[in-house]
Design a protein around this ligand. Structure first.
Ligand SMILES: Cc1ncc(COP(=O)(O)O)c(C=O)c1O
Length: 388
């Protein structure tokens, strides 16, 4: 079945739920057993045994996402960051070495620097553009190579298949933060990724009212991933799983619109004299465009812009006066957002020139003409303050 059909049918079993179209919310900590024999029977990797391990609402969501990603299975977690942290903890042990992309989401870096380091796991940050050359950084104890494509602040693409080929040849597990593209626009497991992680908080939830993560894995790695998450006491409320499933049903139509509006804004911004560069792999002149075209099926609504050097208070006036773009750190919801960022603070393996103010935009579902008018007024404020 094609993705749009999987989005509608995934995880649904009306015949097991009194005909209800949507899998109901099962709120349960305690599960009762009919006999001692049933209570003592060996437990499967996944089943309804005790609330923490999941209920039918949880499993419906996991199955729907696993089908979309072409994975053997999925495990949901309380946030995207927890999915990243717990996947890393599950596949690393003392004295191991981790290769982490330099453009990773900043809290992913913090987890490596503050937590993994306490367990004697060494992290080396690498250039996102490294490709097959990653071979020279791999050591005998390199157990995980972690990617994020594109990076969610500066949008560099990675050659995922090339990195995965080398990592596998050297015995490392390949993990990727797939939040930007979602399982719809990047089929990561088909491109050599072993474990794909999504912050369902973003596009899957889609309505800015939910925090959740999900990790999917290949046949080879799914049992270890699931057991590892269970060992760490991972739990997600069935109410939240219900919300995520509800968001998932409309993911495809929402993403189409996010992409179209982002492209329209990005193209318009490229022509603005105040803009140095737009960072969005879907643009034909973006340095990552060829990789994006080769491997990805679409682009989401998140992209960056670098402004020409101007006084801080001038670009603050642009950002702060916007009416339709909220000033906030998240993305993937129905509403447009804008956020200043300082990439130079979050990279150690590659250089970043802070001379150009860096701003991130999430294109929401509003009418693009209204968004452009809002930005246009923002540029007028920038000039007005610059002149003072
Ligand atoms: C690329 C990326 N990965 C992971 C996360 C973490 O998701 P959560 O906020 O659900 O922990 C975020 C959140 O902003 C993100 O931008």
């Amino acid at each position: 079945m094609k993705d749009d059909t999987l989005l509608v049918t995934g995880g649904r079993e009306p015949e097991n739920h009194q005909g209800a179209v949507n899998p109901p919310i099962y709120r349960a900590s305690t599960i009762l057993y009919p006999s001692v024999e049933a209570f003592e029977a060996p437990r499967q990797l996944r089943g309804v045994y005790y609330g923490r391990g999941g209920v039918p609402t949880t499993f419906a969501l996991e199955d729907a996402i696993a089908a979309l990603e072409g994975a053997a299975g999925a495990v949901v977690t309380g946030s995207g960051k927890t999915a990243i942290a717990q996947a890393l903890l599950t596949f690393l042990e003392a004295d191991d070495h981790l290769l982490m992309v330099d453009t990773a989401y900043a809290p992913t870096r913090q987890f490596c620097d503050r937590v993994l380091s306490r367990f004697k796991v060494e992290t080396t940050y690498y250039d996102p553009l490294i490709g097959a050359d990653i071979d020279r950084l791999i050591r005998p104890r390199t157990k995980v190579v972690f990617l994020e494509a594109p990076g969610s602040l500066t949008f560099e693409m990675q050659d995922v298949p090339a990195i995965a080929r080398v990592a596998h040849a050297r015995g490392a597990v390949v993990m990727l933060d797939n939040t930007w593209a979602t399982p719809l626009y990047f089929k990561s497991l088909q491109h050599g990724v072993d474990i794909a992680i999504n912050a369902a908080t973003k596009y899957i939830g889609g309505h800015s009212d939910l925090l959740m993560g999900v990790a999917t894995a290949t046949e080879e790695h799914y049992p270890r991933l699931r057991r590892g998450m269970q060992d760490l006491g991972c739990y997600v409320s069935p109410d939240d799983c219900y919300l995520a499933l509800r968001g998932l049903r409309t993911l495809s139509v929402r993403l189409e619109r996010h992409q179209a509006t982002a492209l329209r804004l990005a193209t318009w911004l490229q022509e603005r004299p105040e803009v140095e560069r737009v960072l969005y792999p879907a643009l034909p002149d973006d340095p990552g465009h060829a990789l994006w075209r080769r491997d990805f099926l679409g682009a989401s609504g998140l992209f960056g812009i670098l402004l020409k050097p101007c006084p801080e208070k001038a670009w603050h006036a642009l950002v702060e006066g916007l009416e339709l773009f909220g000033l906030g750190a998240s993305w993937g919801g129905y509403e447009s957002l804008i956020m200043p960022n300082r990439p130079e603070r979050y990279r150690t393996a590659t250089a970043w020139d802070p001379a150009f103010p860096s701003i991130r935009i999430h294109a929401g579902l509003e009418d693009p003409d209204d968004l452009i008018a809002d930005l246009e007024a923002g540029f007028a404020r920038l000039h007005e303050v610059s002149r003072r």
